[in-house]
Design a protein around this ligand. Structure first.
Ligand code: AMP
Length: 427
């Protein structure tokens, strides 16, 4: 199929040409005609499938040209990074039109954004919090909004945006077209869609939470964090030297420490990305990565959303994500735009269960290939603090899996107290 067959008009075809898209992706093929026909649409699409253009193109085409001051389309997304990424898609695809898009996100003062709004906009791309904030300041006229897009809806709910979404739904016109995009379709998202979509058409380009087929998935059992770091450095320096890579970790502290460690050990430039870093620092690191000035980003899940760099060859999960949709999102940062990528997950003994949980949610069996730790990698001894932490975590997981499980510590305590009472009795 071609974009012409999807009835995309010339000015957008030119922009598509500039982007180098030869054919519509499956989600674009399915979503564009329905959105253009004015239907409410639920799109279940994994990251990297071209879903942003799947809604941006018909929305831009419907709005056509700049008109009046108030906005006519509203796109809500969960994070600042995603606001910027989606905004870029809108401006790139709309570059041969006079349409005005604006990116609204928190972390910066509202003044500039309010001034921009006053000049007139056609499309708003915003996080729910900042949208509501500016609306309450009287900066957004909502009565002309005819299209609402909720992107990464599952993530928005995970991040607790439900109350803000409800408030927003109350202040925009009820007669409008609704488009809901989500990588997964859990019950909560389904309920929300029932609440405000009108006879929606559901489009699914692949089964729920499926990683893109172009990503080769690997995993390795590694005894502790220090050995993991040797392995990460080995992958970056030897196996994938010169390739753009993302390293995912669980906490801000890990992002900070590991990025510093890698800065010292590998070549090509490294930056850490997490929510404690200032907005500008984060955006700057991302653009350095995008340009290729730096080769490696070490990031937490929170900071990962807006990273859309097709050249990313390798994703390393230095810690196993705690749920399968985070896993799918993380590894979807590579293999983008139909090129091949590698996702390598390192799991310590306490993460074995998390690894199994992730795998049980993936379609097909044994899709993640087990790789043995190469001989060249020094295996460090696990320090006591880390062993203790792992034991605690394993205990927590067992308890969660089985409410009757009393825990290893419980057993120990019992043993200790009974041996104490035995010694007392002997006395
Ligand atoms: P998304 O799923 O919207 O995050 O898009 C993932 C990547 O696919 C982005 O880098 C887009 O530029 C790219 N992309 C979107 N549509 C197409 C297409 N039809 N052909 C090739 N690449 C595309």
């Amino acid at each position: 199929m071609t974009f012409e067959e999807l009835k995309i008009t010339r000015q957008f075809l030119n922009a598509i040409d500039d982007c180098g898209y030869a054919h519509p992706s499956p989600i674009q093929e399915k979503a564009i005609p329905r959105i253009s026909a004015g239907q409410d649409v639920i799109g279940i699409a994994q990251t990297g499938t071209g879903k942003t253009a799947a809604f941006a193109l018909p929305v831009l085409q419907k709005i056509k040209y700049a008109q009046d001051l108030p906005p006519r389309a509203l796109v809500l997304v969960p994070t600042k990074e995603l606001v910027i990424q989606v905004y870029e898609v809108f401006t790139t695809l709309g570059k041969y039109t006079d349409l005005r898009s604006i990116a609204l996100y928190g972390g910066v003062g509202p003044k500039t954004q309010l001034e921009e709004l006053e000049k007139g906009v056609d499309i708003i791309i915003a996080t729910p919090g900042r949208f509501m904030d500016l609306y309450l300041r009287g900066g957004i006229e909502t009565k002309k909004i005819k299209t609402l897009v909720l992107d990464e809806c599952d993530r928005m709910m995970d991040m607790g945006f439900m109350p803000q979404l409800r408030n927003i739904l109350e202040v925009i016109p009820s007669k409008r077209q609704n488009l809901l995009f989500s990588a997964t379709f859990p019950e909560r998202v389904e309920k929300l869609s029932e609440e405000f979509l009108l006879w929606p058409t559901k489009i699914e380009v692949s089964p729920q939470a499926t990683p893109v087929a172009t990503v080769k998935q690997r995993k390795s059992a590694v005894p502790n964090i220090r050995t993991k770091l040797h392995y990460v450095a080995h992958l970056l320096e030897n196996e994938y030297a010169d390739e753009r890579a993302l390293v995912f970790v669980r906490t801000k502290e890990q992002a900070e420490q590991i990025s510093k460690y890698l800065e010292r050990t590998i070549s090509g430039g490294v930056r850490g990305l997490h929510s404690n870093k200032g907005q500008n620092t984060r955006l700057h690191s991302m653009s350095l990565f995008r340009e290729g000035t730096i080769r490696v980003l070490v990031s937490t899940d929170v900071a990962s959303r807006g990273i859309d760099v097709p050249e990313t060859k390798l994703v390393i999960n230095c810690t196993v994500p705690r749920n399968s949709s985070d896993y799918v999102h993380r590894i979807g940062r590579t293999g983008r735009a139909f090129s091949e990528g590698i996702a390598h997950t390192l799991y310590d003994p306490s993460e074995k269960m998390y690894m199994e949980a992730v795998e049980s949610h993936l379609p097909g069996n044994n899709v993640i290939e087990e790789c043995i730790l190469p001989d060249s990698i020094p295996v460090e001894e696990t320090p006591t603090w880390e062993a203790k932490q792992m034991a605690k975590d394993i205990d927590y997981q067992k308890r969660k899996a089985d409410p009757n499980y009393k825990g290893a510590f419980h057993e120990k305590k019992k043993k200790k107290s009974s041996s104490k009472s035995r010694t007392r009795r002997r006395k």
